[in-house]
Design a protein around this ligand. Structure first.
Ligand code: GLP
Length: 241
């Protein structure tokens, strides 16, 4: 496990963007696994800047987002689809047909999950997976529990996650209680994983996930067994590592 503890958020964003850029320069047809939340916003900004300067070309890149809220149509202002469009896809040249985000209003959710897995498999798997982390140690929307789901599935969100994510909605009651999420095994199959964490509310989760113990109550802890994992944190999130 490689661990970088940076001075501040901007340095975390820059380092993450440099890793994504190197991946694409070395393999233009890369398959990226992408995350949402406030943490990767700076990384997306940096990537957009690099693209504007002609430093990275996304024209052969394929992307798979980790998750989407169940029941939110694509154009809902708090959907992850909108987040990705506004923060990234509108500003770069990933071909539309190469962009994949789970459909939160699919008629048949089980089929949507199976189809999503199949698309990842047909694309050749994820080359580089970007992850954030929930304050409770979740990755994607794989919440703490007795068991962890291995492939893409519908998941019930924990009270903590609903509360944490309510800042992206007008009202707490508007936050969906369920989401579609890529599963733990799918994440673990990525060739490289980069996890970003910022802020003191992530310090405990980061401590647990680097403790040497794997525990389903801290889903991110399984990442310790991945052969190519890089953590990039700011000083606050990395304080207890
Ligand atoms: C959400 C997303 C996760 C993300 C987490 C942390 O629950 N599903 O993929 O890692 O939030 O978000 P933030 O970066 O806003 O703290």
């Amino acid at each position: 496990m490689r661990i970088y503890i940076e001075e501040h958020y901007k340095a975390v964003a820059k380092k993450a963007a440099l890793i994504v850029a190197s991946q694409i320069i070395l393999k233009p047809k890369s398959v990226l696994g992408l995350a949402t939340g406030s943490t990767p916003i700076g990384m997306y900004k940096e990537l957009v800047e690099m693209h504007k300067l002609g430093e990275i070309d996304f024209s052969e890149v394929t992307t798979f987002n980790l998750d989407e809220y169940y029941g939110l149509p694509q154009h809902h202002k708090s959907s992850y689809y909108m987040y990705m469009m506004e923060n990234f896809f509108q500003h770069v040249n990933v071909p539309e047909e190469n962009i994949h985000i789970p459909n939160g209003i699919a008629e048949n959710i089980l089929q949507e999950c199976l189809k999503y897995e199949e698309k990842i498999r047909l694309a050749g798997g994820i080359d580089l997976q970007i992850l954030g982390i929930g304050a409770n140690g979740h990755i994607g929307f794989n919440e703490p529990g007795d068991k962890l789901n291995v492939t893409t599935h519908l998941v019930g969100l924990s009270d903590k996650t609903i509360l944490d994510n309510s800042r992206f909605f007008d009202d707490y009651n508007e936050v969906p209680k369920e989401a579609l999420s890529v599963g733990i095994a799918t994440i673990m199959k990525a060739k490289k994983i980069v996890l970003l964490a910022c802020g003191e509310n992530k310090a405990e989760a980061m401590k647990e996930m680097t403790s040497g113990y794997v525990n389903t109550k801290v889903p991110a802890s399984i990442l310790q067994t991945h052969p190519d994992i890089t953590l990039i944190t700011d000083k606050e999130a990395g304080a207890c590592i």
